[in-house]
Design a protein around this ligand. Sequence first.
Ligand code: SF4
Ligand code: SF4
Length: 164
Amino acid sequence: MVTHAFIELLKQFFSDPATNLFPVPYAPQNVHKALKAIDSGKVKMISPVEVPDGFRGKILYDREACIGCQMCLKVCPSETIEFVPEGRKVKFYMSRCTFCALCTEICPKKCIKMSKDFLMANTDKYGPDMIVLDSGKFVQEEKKETPKPEKETDSEKPQPKATA
Ligand code: SF4
Ligand code: SF4
């Protein structure tokens, strides 16, 4: 009997890999030599798989756009976010983050985003690379349109004073 699992297995044979393959098509005895061979063009490197849209990687934070409302702190399940009273801003300890994206959804200013950056291996979980303080400006503020002055009708124009 052909099961659903068997059909899925067959599909996997013909679909692109979801994980990164080893960068060279053989197991090198010497990594430095393998890298030199890639540099010189003797060996073609296997490109890594593209990170898909919607991937939840390292937090991006537009500090300037933040209004310090602390809504993100209330929804964060892992106490990743700390309120900084000076300036009424926040900071993120990435070593605690569960990448649930709840903070991105609740933020009224949309100044938190998940990036595609997944390379966060670090020996110091409180090192500068693991704390997000400001990722630069990405929130586009809505432009307030100034109403155009309406055209004056003839009756609204100042009339010359009648002479006696
Ligand atoms: S993604 Fe989730 S765990 Fe990470 S800071 Fe946001 S709310 Fe907290
Ligand atoms: S929810 Fe958004 S605006 Fe409010 S403190 Fe957090 S990052 Fe700032």
